[in-house]
Design a protein around this ligand. Sequence first.
Ligand code: CO8
Length: 262
Amino acid sequence: MAYETIIYEMDNTIAIIKFNRPKVLNAINKKVIAETRNALEAVINDKSIRVLILTGEGEKAFIAGADIAEMKDYTPLEGKFFSRQGQELLFLIETLPVPVIASVNGFALGGGTEISMACDFIYAADSAMFGQPEINLGIIPGFGGTQRLSRLVGKSMAKELCMTGAMISANEAKDIGIVNKVFPKASLWDETMKTARLLAAKGKVSLRAVKETIDRGYDQDLRTGCYLESDAFGICMASPDAREGMGAFLEKRKAEFKGELL
Ligand code: CO8
């Protein structure tokens, strides 16, 4: 399918979604949400895909937030609906059956920080900026930012960022646990692809088990989380990947993981 606001492409088994409205720093409008949802469903339905990368087209931005020009005339109900649509899109990213890396190439503000936090982890260019500046517009984060940010960096830090609307650098975002790794801008894409290829060579079943067990267990008490882990461990044992992985180790060869999710 041809998209207007995103670019959806493949590099072997790695899918890439690029937010593509560079003239407005890739701001998210209703069309971006609809097209991204469509592309995510394509990822789910394409069994050859092993990893997804989200990034932004152009030199300056990953996503500079929701499209303020579109949002300014929303009625309260339209605002609530847009927020819910965005939140559901982020749940879809978060629960995708394959790992999702955010490769943050520039501004990731408002909805941009929120989308990146719904990915499994974030790599960022040293020039990238993060923040929840909605307070400066008289609103609050609406794509899950108040919730994911506080879970990621703690309540006080989340309140400071959402109350001041301050922009922070990629290195500051790394220091407080939003970003995993920061790279010079020129090498961000190569480093992202290097990790994506590494993940693409792992077993799909065990990657999904890691993702689901950490996500589902995160809000539970330790014992409940550990039970979830045992269930997932058992499921991994049912996959041919477990035989292949352990067999390859004992036979001193490289494992070739071909196990499928369904
Ligand atoms: N929406 C619409 N247009 C935008 C946005 C945006 N979020 N960000 C930038 N643009 C446009 C600018 O208007 C400008 O357009 P034009 O060339 O026609 O004047 C163009 O992109 C380039 O931007 P700037 O000239 O401002 O570029 P600078 O390098 O000077 O500044 C900044 C870059 C600092 C990123 C600046 O553009 C900025 O502050 N942007 C807005 C950031 C922001 O406030 N984001 C939060 C938006 S609200 C949000 O995300 C809420 C999410 C949940 C909503 C759900 C509730 C309904």
